[in-house]
Design a protein around this ligand. Sequence first.
Ligand SMILES: [Zn+2]
Length: 161
Amino acid sequence: MDEERLITKLIRTCGTNNPFAIAEHRNILVLYEQLGKHIWGYFSNAYRIPIIHINEDLNEFERTFTAAHELGHCLLHAKLNTPFLRRNTLISVDRIEQEANRFAIKLLIGQAKPEPGETAKFFLLRCGIPEWVHPYFAGEQPDGKSSWSAFCMDDQSFWGC
Ligand SMILES: [Zn+2]
């Protein structure tokens, strides 16, 4: 199932695009922890218990985006162990991160549409998407499809995985 269909189905079955409500619906635990200054969150699946870990220092806006990102890992990459992959070169962890960010953006946008005259920046902020993630979303194209630009970010990772 591709991302878009998965997200549409999630929103339909859970009745919301709120990542915390979806996590609860799917029996995914959300924990707040001290994760230092640079890590926003990570996902673990030890003993088949899926857990989204979120840095407790984040504000509500950042927590919501982190929950959506980690939910992406849980639903798209549950079988991958990203900290392990990070130490190998077979699969780039960046691809995984891009997929999780794309999932988060699509989920948080959900059914929302930009108001007439609303800029992409305001629309995305209104949906709960932090500005530093906006380069991912290049907006609607004339053919009606969204285009996704490659994500350019500095080396500092915001995610444990
Ligand atoms: Zn990640």
